[in-house]
Design a protein around this ligand. Structure first.
Ligand code: HEM
Ligand code: HEM
Length: 188
């Protein structure tokens, strides 16, 4: 199969980035709920809240880099033709949901980064490297970006669920194997 997208289907890079982002976003939601639930002095699997905050921030920034490369990959290539079994309504819905998914892939990490920098919390990348703070303390910006981060996390969740409903409907009701379009094929 081709590295980039073709008229017939998604390329290996699109599939790789798609599943990497699925994994990272799943970790982000789980990690965020753990770090927000842990009180001072509490631990989970031997790690305190600070550990989970560090990993949430670090993986979020890795996800941003992947999102940039993924978007470039999508822009330089073409998109495959629509799956023939999608209705016109589903095509419109998928198009809008994908716009929101792509927007969130940027808004989430960027708002998170600006929030922690302007809030003065900073980023200790993977627990080892303290990143410079190019913004400095700015409370109103921290307040705004924190809420953007939270509100977008729910919008993103809704878009992911909608996306999943379409895929699952095709998998189990229409039974056209739509998910195979995003899975590796022989020779990948
Ligand atoms: C890339 C994708 C990211 C996703 C999907 C994500 C997701 C989330 C979610 C679901 C929450 C919980 C929101 C709530 O209900 O309160 C959260 C909170 C938080 N995130 Fe992220 N995040 C991402 C990236 C980042 C980055 C890059 C940073 C910082 C560098 C960051 C910093 C934070 C902080 C500090 C909180 C706690 C906010 C609070 O105090 O309520 N996030 N994130
Ligand atoms: C378990 C969860 C998921 C499943 C089973 C899944 C499945 C799929 C499938 C089968 C397609 C191809 C649809 C087609 O055009 O025929 C697709 C495309 C796509 N998915 Fe997902 N997906 C999941 C989660 C996500 C998440 C979390 C995101 C983003 C945050 C995402 C973003 C996209 C995008 C943007 C496309 C269009 C192709 C591209 O430009 O990369 N998906 N997904």
């Amino acid at each position: 199969m081709s590295i980039v997208n073709t008229k017939e289907g998604y390329g290996a890079l699109t599939k790789l980035f798609h599943w990497l982002i699925v994994l990272l976003f799943a970790l982000q939601y789980v990690g965020a709920n753990i770090m927000l639930a842990l009180g001072r002095g509490e631990t989970l699997f031997g790690q305190n809240g600070g550990f989970y905050y560090n990993w949430h921030k670090s993986l979020g920034l890795v996800a941003l880099v992947i999102a940039v490369v993924r978007l470039i990959n999508r822009q330089v290539g073409r998109l495959p033709d629509w799956a023939p079994t999608l209705t016109a309504g589903e095509q419109r819905f998928i198009h809008r949901a994908e716009q929101l998914l792509y927007l969130s892939m940027f808004v989430m990490p960027i708002s998170g980064y600006i929030y922690v920098m302007s809030g003065g919390y900073g980023v200790l990348l993977f627990g080892v490297w303290k990143m410079d703070n190019p913004i400095g303390k700015w409370e109103s910006l921290a307040f705004l970006t924190k809420w953007v981060h939270i509100i977008f996390s729910y919008a993103l969740l809704a878009a992911i669920l909608g996306h999943l409903v379409v895929v699952l409907r095709h998998q189990f009701i229409v039974k056209d194997g739509l998910i195979k379009r995003m899975l590796p094929r022989k020779g990948d």
